[in-house]
Structures are given as structure tokens and as C-alpha cells.
Design a protein. Structure first.
Length: 93
């Protein structure tokens, strides 16, 4: 089962961001900030919440991934203390 956590809301109850911790293998599977709210640091709070959720469940190693070209997300992972441990190339025909 994949859990979905909504951690941010504006005054008008509009969704600002969401995090969905991935269970197998444990990690951050999806993290998104809607375009009109990007650039305000919400990604750091969201990533921290997803990390805390998994750590509270006793996950010993939390993995996360992003596309090579997604520099803002890579920087967010670095700010949160995530290390770069591998590179993967996914090919589809």
C-alpha cells in the first residue's frame, strides 16, 4: 500500500504540495510543488516531512531519486543531507 500525505495547504484550502512516501523499497517516490508555488522553499519542508515519516516507521535507509536534469530537486536532496550514491539510465523503446 502506498500512503499519501498532504502536508501543505493555503488559506483557501488549496493544495500547495504533497509527498508520497514509497514503501518498497523505502524512499521518496513522488514529491511535487505546483508551479505557482515553486521558489518559496516548500520542497525543503515537504522532503523533510517525507523523511521524518519514513524514519518514524524505523526505515534504516531512505532512498530518493530524481532525473539528471532536475537540478532544483537534486539541490533539495543535497540540502536535506541525501548523498548521491548511484546513477541509473532507464531506456524504453
Amino acid at each position: 500500500m502506498v500512503a499519501r500525505r498532504h502536508v501543505g495547504r493555503e488559506r483557501r484550502a488549496r493544495r500547495v504540495r504533497r509527498s508520497r512516501p514509497q514503501r518498497l523499497p523505502p524512499g521518496i517516490a513522488y514529491l511535487g510543488v505546483v508551479p505557482e508555488h515553486r521558489g518559496h522553499g516548500y520542497v525543503d519542508c515537504l522532503l523533510a516531512e517525507g523523511t521524518r515519516t519514513l524514519a518514524a516507521e524505523g526505515v534504516p535507509r531512505i532512498r530518493a531519486a530524481t532525473d539528471l536534469g532536475n537540478v532544483p530537486m537534486a539541490r533539495a536532496f543535497a540540502r536535506a543531507g541525501y548523498g548521491n550514491f548511484e546513477r541509473a539510465i532507464n531506456m524504453a523503446w
